[in-house]
Design a protein around this ligand. Structure first.
Ligand code: ATP
Ligand code: MG
Length: 442
């Protein structure tokens, strides 16, 4: 993509309404634009990142055997009356009346709707286990939308729903999601810590929140240092086997949010030099709630013995749009964002230091064409601008690599390759730069 043609409305000034780094940086980097309180338009750069996150979430869900569907944002109030949540949900639910005076709502979550889909089509234990998920916008009329996309009113969530014949199978489904969540966050470059959680309005008796540590997090959390040194992607286990030991190995180490925190246990279980008390951002939440929705909504299946039984369900949410902000909270410096490779909107920012210079332009055009051909996502700053402004903009938007082409270097046959994260700079030939960027590990 040529920057001269790209819609990237970056801001030099720090917007005064933004209180935390990710909100400031998302506005400054031209990723989003507020439409009204807690409601955002996603601009090209922000949307690219969100789509990458979405895709990683999708791949990890698919790998568990879960199947993607897409349910509507608008739901009927009657469905929510059947589970008795219509009145219970309170003011967070955006209620709408259509032209025929039918009561509708903008879905804050989809337990009722998926259960209705299930009960309309599944009759037999032979169709289980089943896990259906979608990635869809939700609306919750939060009292205090703030921190940009971190606490929006409209936000994108992945929510999955598992259906099983009994609690034991349900627990297996829960464990699969638990491990898939760890893998998902690790692929996003995050250290997410599973913490036992309250089940809140979703209900049920087994629940974990996935929390990333960041100073601007809304909850206070306590955990063992070991979590921060663990890498689930490096751990080997058979995904098809019983995952209970894997889950146990993660849940047996102390980790709790302030509502669940037990200072005495924390002190007895975690040595003083390993105690982490920090702020955290909730990026996911999983629940096992048995027949809480299947009973009232009539989602039952025939059993091998010939009877009928209400299915055992779980639900599993990931805050996809919140993660865009969460990743920035976890990975930025005073110059701007530092994207992990896996979600970076482009891999390389190609900077022509002297637009109009024949040699620089020819070299940049050639590099750009070759990178594009090799499938390396490149944002080519071909604009006529001061070098300082170009560097500042690239640092702000945080692409992992900057490839800098200037007249002096070219005379010696070199360009400069800079890592945004380590700030290391290498003066190398164009060919070497191309092969390093195409090979994956620059
Ligand atoms: P919170 O405690 O942060 O209000 P929640 O517990 O109400 O969140 P869940 O119902 O567990 O949220 O939703 C699943 C996930 O959706 C959360 O873990 C979070 O990542 C995301 N999420 C929830 N509310 C919002 C919001 N207002 N804006 C952005 N993401 C949200
Ligand atoms: Mg939650």
């Amino acid at each position: 993509m040529r920057l001269s043609q790209y819609f990237l409305p970056t801001l030099k000034e720090t917007p005064s309404e933004a209180q935390i780094a990710s909100h400031r940086l998302m506005l400054r980097a031209g990723m989003v634009r507020q439409a009204s309180a807690g409601i955002y338009s996603w601009l090209p750069l922000g949307l690219r990142v969100m789509k990458k996150i979405e895709q990683i979430v999708r791949e990890e869900q698919n790998a568990t055997g879960a199947q993607e569907v897409l349910m509507p944002t608008i739901q009927s109030a009657d469905l929510w009356r059947q589970s008795a949540r219509y009145d219970g949900y309170g003011k967070e639910m955006l209620r709408i009346t259509d032209r025929h005076d039918r009561e509708m709502l903008y879905g804050p979550t989809n337990e009722e709707q998926i259960t209705e889909i299930f009960s309309g089509s599944v009759r037999s234990y032979k169709d289980l286990p089943l896990n259906l998920y979608h990635i869809q916008w939700k609306f919750r009329d939060e009292v205090r939308p703030r921190f940009g996309v971190m606490r929006g009113r409209e936000f994108l969530m992945k929510d999955a729903y598992s259906f099983d014949i009994d609690a034991e199978q349900g627990r297996k489904a829960y464990n699969k999601m638990f491990v898939a969540y760890l893998r998902t966050y690790a692929r996003l470059g995050l250290k997410a810590i599973p913490m036992q959680a309250d089940t809140g309005p979703i209900g049920g008796d087994l629940s974990h929140e996935f929390i990333i540590l960041a100073d601007t997090g809304e909850s206070e959390v306590f955990c063992h240092q070991d979590f921060l040194n663990r890498d689930v992607l490096a751990e080997e286990f058979d995904e098809e086997s019983d995952l209970q030991p894997v889950v146990d190995s993660w849940t047996s180490i102390y980790a709790a949010t302030d509502e669940q925190h037990d200072p005495a246990r924390f002190e007895s279980e975690v040595p003083a030099d390993k105690r982490v008390s920090a702020r955290g951002i909730e990026v996911g939440h999983i629940f096992f709630f048995g027949d809480k929705y299947s009973k009232p909504l009539g989602a039952s299946v025939s059993t091998p013995e010939g009877g009928d039984v209400a299915v055992q369900m779980g639900s599993y949410g990931i805050g996809v749009s919140r993660l865009v902000g969460g990743i920035i909270e976890a990975s930025h410096d005073d110059k701007g964002i530092i994207w992990p490779d896996s979600v970076a909107p482009f891999k390389v920012g190609l900077i022509n230091l002297r637009a109009g210079d024949v040699a620089c332009e020819a070299a940049c055009e050639e590099i750009y064409a070759k990178l594009e051909k090799a499938g390396v996502e490149t944002l080519y700053d071909d604009r006529d601008d001061r070098a300082g402004a170009k560097f500042a903009r690239m640092d702000l938007i945080g692409l992992p690599w900057q490839l800098i082409v200037g007249p002096r270097g070219l005379k010696n046959g070199v360009v400069e390759l800079k890592s945004r994260r380590t700030e290391e700079r290498d003066e190398i030939s164009i060919d070497e730069a191309l092969s390093r960027l195409s090979a994956g590990q620059a």
